[in-house]
Design a protein around this ligand. Structure first.
Ligand code: NAP
Length: 271
């Protein structure tokens, strides 16, 4: 999802020599092929949008999640260091446990509660250990084109609920900041790519502004689409998932301003 959004932006920008790879073209776990690409291209900037993002499946696919979300990030960091390239990498609110009442700043203590979060945190550590010139951007609850995301899922479930005259149950006790890939990519390019960024290397939180529960998020989607879906708020205990999720994973954007309110971003996505 995020990678294709970067492509949408970059294709329209001039002055760039762009090299982009799909999973099929370049497996980040194939270190030999990866190293060969670095020799061929000698990039000045690398943007890693790859990840193992199946949060529930990660509980049983721990090794694969760690290979992609941690091992490959360490390898990318080493390769960038060799040629003095900058690495932009993405991480998640799921590196936190979600128990801090006022949200998380960039340097707050991490404490993942599921395998996906553990693997992303391991990637953060390998990045920091192997490279100094990095921008590590944590974001949350992504939605946008070309990917599995909550907005599209709700539209599908909502249509079914209307058709079958059933009620849709959505979790109301997990709170986060939905973030539109378009707004995230715009902020990343504006802050870290254009004009040879002078921002200090390190960790940044970047999300849309405002917070909500999944229930609020779903309600907003149906309101925008004018769909009269009967929607019932439920607790996470009534809706158990394989992987635990943090209940209040708000990323405080303390170094850069957050993007427009999440509800405006959903409207823009659905327009
Ligand atoms: N989605 C969210 O809600 C969310 C929230 C917070 C942070 N993030 C972070 O944001 C970043 C982008 O996430 P996203 O939502 O865009 O993820 P996504 O839609 O799942 O995309 C991940 C991409 O990585 C590719 N990939 C997986 N394994 C690979 C490998 N070994 N080699 C090369 N490519 C590989 C996938 O290809 P295949 O599909 O072919 O496997 C897919 O194209 C990730 O770092 C993620 O952790 C996401």
């Amino acid at each position: 999802m995020l990678g294709s959004c970067f492509m949408d932006f970059f294709v329209g920008m001039g002055g760039l020599e762009l090299h982009a790879f799909s999973h099929a073209e370049l497996d980040v776990c194939d270190y030999q092929k990866l190293a060969k690409k670095f020799v061929e291209i000698r990039p000045e900037l690398v943007i890693n949008c790859t990840a193992y993002t199946a949060v529930d499946e990660a509980e049983k696919n721990r090794d694969l999640a760690f290979r992609i979300n941690a091992g490959a990030v360490g390898e990318l960091a080493k390769l960038c260091k060799k040629i003095d390239a900058v690495l932009i990498h993405f991480s998640t609110d799921y590196v936190f446990d979600g128990r801090k009442a006022d949200g998380y700043k960039e340097d707050d203590l991490t404490g993942p509660i599921n395998v996906y979060g553990e693997s992303k945190l391991a990637g953060e550590k390998l990045l920091k250990e192997n490279l100094q010139k990095f921008y590590l951007i944590r974001t949350s609850w992504l939605f946008g084109k070309n990917g599995k995301n909550f907005v599209d899922t709700m539209l599908k479930f909502g249509e079914n609920a209307v058709k079958n005259n059933t009620e849709l149950k959505v979790v109301n006790d997990q709170i986060g900041s939905p973030t539109y890939t378009h707004d995230l990519v715009k902020a990343v390019i504006g802050n870290f790519v254009e004009n040879n960024s002078k921002l200090p290397f390190g960790i940044y939180h970047l999300t849309n502004s405002g917070i909500c529960s999944w229930y609020d998020f779903a309600k907003k989607i149906f309101e925008i689409k004018k769909m009269s879906v009967r929607i019932l708020p439920v607790t996470i205990d009534q809706f158990p998932r394989t992987a635990k999720r943090p209940s209040y994973s708000i990323l405080l954007n303390s170094k850069l301003p957050a993007s427009r309110p999440w509800s405006e971003a959903v409207e823009a996505y659905l327009a």
